[in-house]
Design a protein around this ligand. Sequence first.
Ligand SMILES: Nc1nc2c(ncn2[C@@H]2O[C@H](COP(=O)(O)OP(=O)(O)O)[C@@H](O)[C@H]2O)c(=O)[nH]1
Ligand SMILES: [Mg+2]
Length: 353
Amino acid sequence: MSSQKMSSKNKAVDAARKRIQSNRTEDFNASEIAAAIVEGKREELAKAITLIESENPSDRPLAQELLQAVKDLSFGKETLRVGITGIPGVGKSTFIERLGLDMIKDGDRVAVLAVDPSSKKTGGSILGDKTRMDELAVHSAAFVRPSPAASALGGVARATMEAVILCEAAGYNKVIVETVGVGQSETSVREMVDVFTLLLIGGAGDEVQGIKRGIVEMADLIVVHKADGDRIDTCIKTAQSYRNSLHLFPMPDGGEVVEVMTASSITGAGHHEVKEHIASLAKNWRKSGFFIAQRSNQQSDRMFYHAKDILLDKKMEDPSSKADWEVLSQEVKSGKQSAFSAAWSWVYKNQVS
Ligand SMILES: Nc1nc2c(ncn2[C@@H]2O[C@H](COP(=O)(O)OP(=O)(O)O)[C@@H](O)[C@H]2O)c(=O)[nH]1
Ligand SMILES: [Mg+2]
């Protein structure tokens, strides 16, 4: 890196630090915060996640400094990332409360993060006021983080990916990511977890459940949830019909059959089996090399998404480029230009070197 580039990067880090310091009472020192996170200080972890969730591009230099400092301090601890998806009301949060507490009984430390694409509209979050994780949220071996009310899904997903790393550095060896199974959010959650679990309701067809075929194909494990009371038989039937239709799908890359299980988070039935199955998938994948291969691919995909964001931010920083954007986006809105041609001319008109 040239000394000129280095000093402009340092300037940006300094400026971001000053801005943050002026907003917060205490000093923000990336290496100190990183050390505190690795020691397991929850407040520092929460503060760091807030920084990486910031939508303000001027917070990015400090965020990357912090992430690098954390990476330098944490060494290859064995961790497991579990994604839980399904429509609102399927019982994801209730399921996670039980799964998380069971994991803690096994000696794990558990972090729960949420990705909620609807938070922009509602201003709320899936974990929000009704977390349904009452016990987990206050447990000393758990860290429960509500979904950020960020504007762009890309932003939420990017921040969550990095939050996973921060939680692991803080000693949470199990990280559970909750996401609503509508929209595109589950695609990005798929890309940040090791085991992707789909929760379904018994007796309802795919359409009713808002489940796109593609999501079923992405799942490593399907749980027909709320298998209790007079719903048990229906749930068993639904599970069987999914098992039958999964036969038509190609064998997943990991080489493990997609199990369809039934469970209830009220009675606890099936929970032990689900937890054990998740552990056995991870174990088999570690043995076969698939676990590491999947994580490495996810790492390089993340670099790609980050680069896209950074390039766009960089171009927007240039005032004339920003002004062009406004003009062109008006033309797109009024139908004068196609979105593609406007984007093309915007990118090539003011090339930022
Ligand atoms: N009968 C039954 N109800 C459940 C179960 N799990 C959750 N619920 C209920 O389903 C509703 C939605 O649960 P919640 O965890 O908030 O769902 P989420 O929106 O998917 O996170 C709540 O009223 C829960 O009490 C279950 O296993 N059985
Ligand atoms: Mg929920």
